[in-house]
Design a protein around this ligand. Structure first.
Ligand code: ARG
Length: 579
C-alpha cells in the first residue's frame, strides 16, 4: 500500500515537474494543530517558477484535488498542508496492525543480507558487572531489530576465555594449595576472590605478574593440567552467565570465543606473512599501521616476545572465520567506547590483508554507565566502598525494591517473585535504553524503579492496563478474525486521544527502520514511551468497557497492546500482563 507521503508525492509531481522521491523527502510533519498532518514546503520551487512560495502554495492548493485518504489541502505561508481523512487513516492503520499481528512492522529489507552481531562477550572467570548490561541489551535489541527487518542474524558471544588473566587465576589457585579435587565445588565467587587476591598480592610482589604470564604461556603451549583448570574456570563462569542471560531473556547462536580462535591462528599468521605486513619491534611481531598509511595509529601487536598471541590476533582470526562461516553483509561489534582504537586497528589490518569486506565491519560503541560516589561525584561504576556493582546484586536489589513497592500497592502481588524480577529487569533495561547509545548515563535507582515518568515500570504498566481490559472483555491476546473489522464506525477514531494512538501505531514500522539505520535501540525505547503516554491518556479520557464505543475502543486497545508489546520486546523490556 502506498504510504501517505507517496500518495502526496504522486499528486504534487505532475503539477510541478518535481521528482516524486525528492518531494517525499521534502515532506515534513507539522507540529501545530490546524497545519494539517503532512506539509510540503514550496520554497525550493520559487526560483524555477519565478513566483513567491506563498503564491505557488495558493495556486497548488486550489488546483489539486485531495487524493484518497485525505480530506483537504490548504496553503499556509508557502507551505502546502495536507489533512488526512482521519477515519480512513484509522481504518488503514488498525486494519494493518490487526491483520498482521506480530508481523506488523516486518520488512524484507534485509533478505539475503546476513548480519553478525558480537555482543556481551564478557571475560570469563569474573562475574558480570552491572556495566555489562548496557552492551548486552543493546546487542540483544539490535539483533531483534535486524531480524525483524528480514536479515538473517547470528548472535555471537565472543567469550573472553583466553589471555593472561587465566595465568593469574592459575597462579593463585596453585598458590592457595588448591588442586583438581577442589574443582567440582569451585564457585564463581571463589574465582572472583582469586582475582582480587592476585591484584593485592602483585602490588607487593611484582614478580607475580611474570608468573602469570608464564602460566598463560604454558597454557597456550598445551599444558594438560593447566588446561583442566582453565576448562573448569570457564565452565563455572558459563553456568552463571547462562543463569543471568535467562533472566534477561537474551540468547546467542554462537558461543565461540577467544580460546577457540587461539587454536586457529595459523591462517591469519600465514596471511600476514604472505602480505608482508609483519615487522619485528623489540622482539615482538607487529603490523606497523602508520607505515601503511594509517597516520597516527599505533602499531597492532600481533605476537608477543614470548610467542603468546593477543586479543587482536584472535579477533583477526574471528573476523575471517565469521566471513567464511556466515558470509555476512555486515559484522557488528557492540563494545564500549573504550575499545575504539582496538577496532580501528582490527579493521585496518583486515583491509591491509585484502579483505574487501573490512569496510562492512562496524564497531558499535556505547557510553558509560555512571554511578554517584559517596562524595557525590559521577563515576564509572566500580565495586568499592561496600556497595556492589555486580549485575546479579543489582538485579536482586532492584527485584527487592520492586517487590516492596508492589506489596504496598497490593499485598498479594508483592509475593510474586518472578513478576517482581521481570519488572526489575524492565526498569533497569529501560533506564539504559531510553538514552542515546553514545551518551554516558547517570544511573539513579529512584528514577529507574519509579512507576511514574519515563521509566520501564511506567511503560510496562500501559501494557498491563491494555491486557487487563482485554482480559475483562474475554478477548485473547493476538486473536484476530477478519469479521472483527466488519461494520466498524471508523469515524469514532477522529476523537483526538484515539487518533493520537492510531497515528503512533502507523509510525512503528518507520521507527524499527530508524533503529536499524542508527543502530540505536533508543529510538524504539522512546517510541514505546510515547505510545505508553498516548495509551494512558486515551484510557484516562475514555471508558472502554460498557461504553457506546466499546467495540471501536476495544479494537484500538488490541492494536495498541500488540504494537506496544512488540516495541518492548525489541527493546528487551518484558511485556508483562499483570503487575
Ligand atoms: N571480552 C572483551 C571485553 O570484555 C570484549 C570482546 C568484544 N568482542 C570482540 N570481538 N573483541 O572487553
Amino acid at each position: 500500500m502506498a504510504t501517505f507521503k507517496q500518495t502526496i508525492a504522486a499528486v504534487i509531481a505532475p503539477a510541478t515537474g518535481l521528482d516524486a522521491e525528492a518531494i517525499e523527502a521534502a515532506i515534513t510533519l507539522p507540529q501545530h494543530d490546524g497545519h494539517g498532518d503532512f506539509s510540503f514546503p514550496c520554497f525550493p520551487l520559487a526560483k524555477t517558477l519565478r513566483k513567491s512560495p506563498a503564491l505557488i502554495a495558493d495556486e497548488l492548493a486550489r488546483s489539486l484535488i485531495p487524493p484518497q485518504g485525505f480530506s483537504k489541502i490548504e496553503a499556509l505561508a508557502g507551505y502546502l498542508n495536507f489533512f488526512v481523512d482521519k477515519a480512513l487513516f484509522a481504518q488503514r492503520v488498525l486494519g494493518e496492525v490487526l491483520t498482521q499481528g506480530a508481523a506488523y512492522g516486518n520488512s524484507t529489507e534485509g533478505a539475503g543480507k546476513p548480519v553478525v552481531i558480537d555482543f556481551s562477550s564478557p571475560n570469563m572467570g569474573k562475574e558480570l558487572a552491572f556495566h555489562h548490561l548496557r552492551g548486552t541489551m543493546i546487542g540483544n535489541s539490535l539483533s531483534r531489530v535486524y531480524a525483524k527487518r528480514g536479515h538473517p542474524v547470528t548472535r555471537v558471544n565472543h567469550l573472553g576465555d583466553w589471555g593472561t588473566s587465566y595465568g593469574k587465576l592459575i597462579v593463585m589457585f596453585v598458590r592457595e594449595g588448591l588442586g583438581e579435587k577442589d574443582l567440582p565445588t569451585l564457585t564463581l565467587e571463589h574465582l572472583n576472590r582469586l582475582y582480587k587476591a592476585f591484584s593485592q598480592a602483585a602490588e607487593k610482589e611484582p614478580e607475580l605478574e611474570n608468573a602469570a604470564r608464564e602460566a598463560f604461556a604454558k597454557l597456550e603451549a598445551g599444558d594438560a593440567y593447566f588446561h583442566v583448570l582453565w576448562n573448569a574456570f570457564r565452565e563455572v563462569t558459563l553456568v552463571e552467565l547462562r543463569r543471568l542471560y535467562a533472566i534477561l531473556n537474551v540468547d546467542f547462536d554462537s558461543w565461540v570465543g577467544e580460546a577457540f580462535f587461539a587454536n586457529r591462528l595459523q591462517p591469519v599468521l600465514a596471511l600476514l606473512e604472505e602480505k608482508k605486513l609483519l615487522t619485528t619491534s623489540q622482539g615482538a611481531e607487529v603490523v606497523d599501521l602508520e607505515a601503511f598509511g594509517a597516520t597516527g595509529m599505533p602499531p597492532a601487536l600481533i605476537r608477543k616476545t614470548d610467542g603468546s598471541t593477543l586479543y587482536i590476533t584472535r579477533d583477526l582470526a574471528a573476523a575471517l572465520y565469521r566471513q567464511a562461516e556466515y558470509a555476512f553483509d555486515r559484522s557488528f561489534y557492540v563494545v564500549d567506547n573504550g575499545q575504539s582504537l582496538h577496532f580501528q586497528q582490527l579493521f585496518k589490518v583486515l583491509e591491509l590483508l585484502g579483505c574487501d569486506w573490512a569496510s562492512r565491519c562496524e564497531h558499535i560503541p556505547f557510553g558509560l554507565v555512571l554511578h554517584k560516589s559517596e562524595e557525590g561525584n559521577w563515576e564509572k561504576g566500580k565495586t568499592r566502598s561496600g556497595h556492589s556493582s555486580l549485575l546479579k546484586d543489582v538485579l536482586e536489589g532492584a527485584r527487592e525494591k520492586i517487590a516492596a513497592i508492589m506489596a504496598e500497592k497490593n499485598p498479594d502481588a508483592g509475593k510474586d517473585v518472578d513478576l517482581a524480577l521481570r519488572i526489575a529487569v524492565g526498569a533497569l533495561v529501560f533506564s539504559e535504553m531510553k538514552n542515546r547509545r553514545l551518551n554516558d548515563i547517570r544511573f539513579e535507582w529512584e528514577q529507574a524503579l519509579s512507576f511514574e515518568g519515563d521509566s520501564g515500570p511506567y511503560v510496562q504498566n500501559a501494557h498491563v492496563r491494555l491486557c487487563s481490559i482485554l482480559r475483562k472483555a474475554g478477548i485473547q491476546l493476538n486473536s484476530f478474525y477478519p469479521k472483527d473489522l466488519d461494520g466498524v464506525r471508523w469515524g469514532i477514531y477522529e476523537e483526538p486521544a484515539s487518533f493520537a494512538v492510531a497515528e503512533l501505531l502507523s509510525q512503528f514500522p518507520d521507527r524499527v527502520g530508524a533503529a536499524a539505520i542508527s543502530r540505536d535501540p533508543c529510538t524504539l525505547a522512546q517510541y514505546a514511551l510515547s505510545l505508553a503516554d498516548a495509551t494512558h491518556r486515551f484510557l484516562h479520557g475514555s471508558r472502554v468497557l460498557g461504553s457506546d464505543e466499546e467495540r471501536e475502543r476495544l479494537l484500538l486497545v488490541r492494536a495498541a497492546r500488540s504494537v506496544l508489546a512488540q516495541a518492548l520486546e525489541l527493546v528487551g523490556v518484558p511485556a508483562i500482563e499483570r503487575m
